[in-house]
Design a protein around this ligand. Structure first.
Ligand code: FAD
Length: 321
């Protein structure tokens, strides 16, 4: 049976995040020929609705309000539930992002539905869709099927390929008006840490450093390599604890989970807690001077050597291409 699917789109600094397009692709599979409705919540977001349609949404519903300019779970849940009341969806897709992880349980409890979080793959379509998600920090995968009620999933960024963009597609864009009331939190000001370049959780290439990098300055060649490859810099908790870099770069069980096309681990031993955040990367290159380091067990390519010699050599080689 075909389904009507609501897909929550996410924005950052006025632009749609990639995970929104991936969520539309996931929504298409679940809809199985049914309707995929993009949901844009914020202030001044209607202008980007057509991009969701170009990536496969059949139509877009916007909810705009000054209190929705910045995410709060209170405000966004009121806005999203207004759309649910209007649309009565059979399925919902969010990104498994900070926002999605925060909002999805709240919406699921309001809908009295189940929730399959952190989906990395969808087999089949419609009623036969089977959702695959990592468990035990990525050591195993489980397959889940929903037999009854609303199908509600969050999808891990960088795992489900977006559909090809088609600027010729058209679809309705309509606003739902909502009175955002009784907010327990109102965001007055957002003070951002200055982050350079590509968003780590969506980067196609990640160059990560560990305690082996030895200092804040030691991260410079890693930054240069990441810039050269259009990627982002990440780190182990060892490097963050040693104050070589900010905790926002931490990858692992208690940090970010990343699945780039290429993960370069330099001076990282490969503790189980680190592997939990990166072992599903498509190609892993490990640089470590200890040939017995655990990271080599998950690496597709291993380089036994000093990172301060190997990384500059890689930089030279990539520059020469
Ligand atoms: P180390 O284990 O000290 O490894 C450094 C590596 O660098 C060594 O293998 C060494 O051979 C190599 N090296 C040294 N010099 C060079 C050189 N010049 N060239 C090349 N190689 C060199 N860790 C995370 O990363 N992410 C998490 O989210 C996380 N969550 C945790 C949660 C809990 C509850 C706990 C208990 C721990 C967690 N940890 C996490 C910590 C984890 O157990 C490890 O301590 C940490 O990952 C080690 O970081 P590291 O690999 O950088 O350091």
């Amino acid at each position: 049976m075909t389904k009507k699917v609501l897909v929550l789109a996410e924005t950052r600094e006025g632009s749609l995040r990639n995970v929104s397009f991936e969520a539309i692709a996931a929504g298409k599979k679940i809809a199985d020929g049914g309707e995929v409705v993009g949901v844009l919540i914020g202030e001044g977001v209607a202008g980007i609705a057509n991009e969701l349609i170009a990536y496969g949404a059949d139509r877009v519903v916007t909810v705009e309000h000054p209190h929705l300019k910045t995410y709060t779970s209170d405000g966004f849940s009121q806005a999203f539930m207004a759309v649910v009341d209007q649309e009565s969806p059979e399925a919902i897709v969010f990104g498994h992002t900070s926002l999605g992880k925060d909002l999805s349980p709240k919406i699921a409890s309001k809908l009295q539905s189940g929730l399959i979080s952190d989906v990395t793959e969808i087999e089949g379509a419609g009623d036969d869709a089977v959702f695959i998600r990592p468990i035990y920090s990525g050591k195993a995968f489980e397959k889940v099927k929903i037999k009854d009620g609303i199908v509600f999933v969050t999808i891990r960024p960088n795992n489900i390929a977006p559909l090809e963009k088609d600027g010729g597609r058209s679809g309705d864009v309509a606003a739902v008006s909502v009175d955002i009331t009784n907010l327990r939190t109102i965001i007055k000001e957002v003070v951002r840490k200055s982050t350079e370049g590509v968003d780590l959780s969506e980067a196609k290439v990640v160059v990560a450093g560990g305690r082996g990098v030895k200092s804040e300055e030691g991260f410079e060649p890693l930054k240069e390599l990441a810039n050269l490859l259009g990627g982002a810099v990440g780190a182990s908790r060892g490097a963050c604890d040693a104050e070589y870099c900010d905790y926002s770069l931490q990858i692992g069980q208690t940090g970010k989970v990343v699945t780039p096309d290429l993960y370069i681990a330099a001076g990282i031993s490969g503790a189980i807690q680190h592997l939990a955040g990166m072992s599903n990367s498509k190609v892993i290159v490990a640089i470590n001077k200890d040939p017995e380091a655990n990271i080599f067990k998950v690496a597709d390519y291993g380089i036994v050597g000093d990172l301060f010699e190997v990384v500059p050599m890689l930089i030279e080689e990539f520059k020469a291409l």
